[in-house]
Unconditional design. Structure first.
Length: 155
């Protein structure tokens, strides 16, 4: 396994500007932020996702986030090649502000405008279009015969 260079990762992401390309990945930016409304369920025979409610931003596109859990819709369309998997990390500035970024593994063949969990431990202001996370692609030992076909494909 190996990590792709940021310039190579950028080839699989639509809507990337030059300043988003890093040495070993590509920075993802904020399109929208949502709060959770209600609860979800993970059962043996199915999953129920809670409702999301849009968090309002001010006239300058700034979100004022208190401590809590949020879902960030990324601005870029991500397309994971069949010979890689995607891993998302927070930008180091967010960690220094008390904010975690989490996502599931992006499987080979996934494509869409993904959602990422933002755990705010210390209130922050984050602006629409701001870089908040970095996507890294790791080359697999074998190319997948079929790509991801789950419920979040083409979201």
């Amino acid at each position: 396994m190996s990590v792709l260079a940021g310039s190579d990762v950028a080839r699989f992401i639509e809507g990337v500007s030059e300043n988003q390309v890093q040495v070993n990945g590509v920075d993802l930016t904020v399109e929208n932020i949502f709060a959770f409304k209600g609860s979800g369920a993970v059962l043996k025979d199915g999953i129920s996702i809670p409702e999301y409610v849009g968090v309002p931003c001010d006239e300058k596109g700034r979100y004022f986030l208190d401590k809590g859990a949020y879902v960030v819709q990324v601005r870029e369309k991500i397309s994971i090649p069949l010979d890689t998997v995607g891993i998302c990390f927070p930008r180091s500035s967010l960690i220094r502000m008390g904010v975690h970024v989490a996502s599931a593994l992006w499987d080979s063949g996934y494509s869409g405008f993904s959602k990422v969990l933002l755990m705010v431990e210390n209130p922050i202001v984050i602006e629409k279009g701001a870089r908040f996370a970095q996507l890294v692609l790791v080359r697999c030992e074998k190319k997948a015969l079929e790509g991801y076909k789950g419920r979040y494909q083409n979201e």
